[in-house]
Design a protein around this ligand. Sequence first.
Ligand code: TYM
Length: 334
Amino acid sequence: MSKPRLYSGMQPSADSLQIGNYIGALMQWRDLQETYDAYFSVVDLHALTQPNDPSELREKTRRTAAQYIAAGIEPSKSTLYVQSHVRAHAELAWILSTITGFGEASRMTQFKDKSQRYGADATNVGLFTYPVLMAADILLYQTDIVPVGDDQKQHVELTRDLAERFNARYGDAFRVPIPVIQQDTARIYDLQMPTAKMSKSAESDAGVLWLLDDPAASAKKIMRAVTDSEGSVRYDREAKPGVSNLLVIYAALTGRQIPAIEDEYAGRGYGDFKKGLAEVVVEEFGPVRQRALELLDDPAELDRVLAANAARADEVADATLADVYDKMGLLRRV
Ligand code: TYM
């Protein structure tokens, strides 16, 4: 029996991934690639919805791919590729846009947040159709599961609706995927603003832990993380969002349970706790950072790996797209 399929991706929207991407997504990807036929893309077409310097975008794309590999995604086991290398993504996005309602797309909360933040004139149409391209990514591969952080759930739900709609209207072309969200780590918060999601595109860098940061810089950010005046290391998301967020990070990276960590630090101050967490973070990310930088030292080899993986992706994606064109009545080129 063939393995079930998995699809996920990240935007190359910064020089480094942040710890929320790592805990909320990459750690799951690494485990799931053992039991799934996994596809992981660097979604550079999605990143075009933000202003980009072309040479920086190329660099960020390689950096994102290098961090996938450094974090344990194996390009011989999983298909790890760059979205724009596989033409079918943009083509299927167009097709799906013709069955997506304007109102339906307008209800996407990420679009609403971003368009409000930028204003109508600075909001491009690509930002509006962003979730449709994401649906195309997923549906091209006959995906069973989509492991993501909590902020992508609505987009995966739209993907399911589009798959069901297409199948009902034109005949079965798509498998209907399900989102897989690890509840306890689905949302890692900013260290300075522990009620806001940590994000690659945060306005201030002080609350973001970058995978490729110098370990000393990460340790310093942890020591300065916002806490509260109570002084006890205790999980309480409502009353103690800062400490709770640090506990979630600690537990995720060590595989320990939160109560065990609370016990270890009982009667000790936040300084000790933060020092402990800084050690955990440096230990986890030190080797990932080093491996990523080594991979980036040989961009030609990295590009070769990505090209070979894109060729594998092409095969699956082209088959789905041909079936879709056929079902919709587009005349076949003979
Ligand atoms: P992106 O690049 O914003 O984030 C990549 C992944 O990291 C998760 N994530 C978080 N998880 C927990 N806490 C956080 N603070 C945090 N920040 C980010 C995200 O949920 C995501 O899983 N639209 C997607 C990329 C995409 C995609 C796809 C994903 C394009 N096509 C197809 C899955 C399937 C995005 O912008 O992710």
